[in-house]
Design a protein around this ligand. Structure first.
Ligand SMILES: N[C@@H](CCC(=O)N[C@@H](CS)C(=O)NCC(=O)O)C(=O)O
Length: 218
């Protein structure tokens, strides 16, 4: 394997892989990718060859394995501090880690009801029209984005100014809001558009569109 290898799920569906990939790519060093299609009989065994925890993404850095997206963000930040994955200001950094952790641990309704699917033609969810938990998740995400942009975003168009790990954590949510045509307030819509036009995000989406595997979604 190369010095850095990132093992991913398929790009159309694997929201955690997108987060990890955006973080690693932002650091600018070359890395190899191994893509494992999700939701197939052999998926678990295939992932376990690279990560005994059975999840993607997992980063192999030489002999070291780093799994779980937040651990990857912290490791990459230590190896590549100039990439600015976390804000330099301690208050902004604490807020960035808080919202990243909130994303990592929460928003169960959004994840369950609006799976990431980068090849689904945009349109509202089929079947279930709305759900209290989903509405609460969408409102809280808009609140996070609006608040971070207003308090910490002056230096750029991302949550804390320049692109960082917190933005990577929310990137799959941005794509879900586009896919399922979720109406957003002005600040949240502007942030959504910033993330969707980020070249790294565009590259990931372009790669997803070439994938052959299909998982059906709502
Ligand atoms: N907490 C983990 C979550 C990783 C995760 O759930 N990955 C999913 C793909 S998006 C996965 O590996 N699914 C395959 C499986 O569970 O068999 C992280 O932050 O990386």
């Amino acid at each position: 394997m190369a010095d850095f290898t990132l093992v991913l799920g398929n790009k159309t569906y694997s929201s955690w892989s997108l987060r990890g990939w955006l973080i690693v790519r932002h650091c600018g060093m070359p890395f190899e990718e191994i893509v494992i299609p999700l939701d197939r009989p052999e998926t678990k065994a295939e992932i376990r060859r690279y990560n005994p925890a059975g999840k993607v993404p997992v980063l192999h850095a030489g002999d070291l394995r780093v799994w779980d997206t937040l651990a990857i963000a912290e490791y990459m930040n230590e190896r590549f501090p100039a990439a600015g994955l976390w804000p330099a200001d301690p208050a902004a950094r604490a807020a960035a880690r808080s919202v990243a952790a909130e994303m990592h641990a929460g928003f169960a309704a959004l994840r369950r009801l609006m799976p990431m699917d980068l090849r689904r033609p945009p349109g509202p969810m089929r079947g279930l029209a709305s759900d209290d938990g989903l509405d609460a998740d969408i409102n809280r995400i808009q609140e996070i984005w609006t608040d971070c942009r207003a308090r910490f975003g002056q230096g750029g168009n991302y949550l804390f100014g320049d692109f960082g790990a917190a933005d990577a954590m929310f990137a799959p949510v941005v794509s879900r809001f586009v896919t399922y045509e979720v109406a957003l307030n002005e600040a949240a819509a502007a942030y959504r558009d910033t993330v969707m036009t980020w070249p790294a995000m565009q590259d990931w989406i372009a790669a997803a569109k070439t994938e052959p595997w299909v998982i059906s979604n709502p």
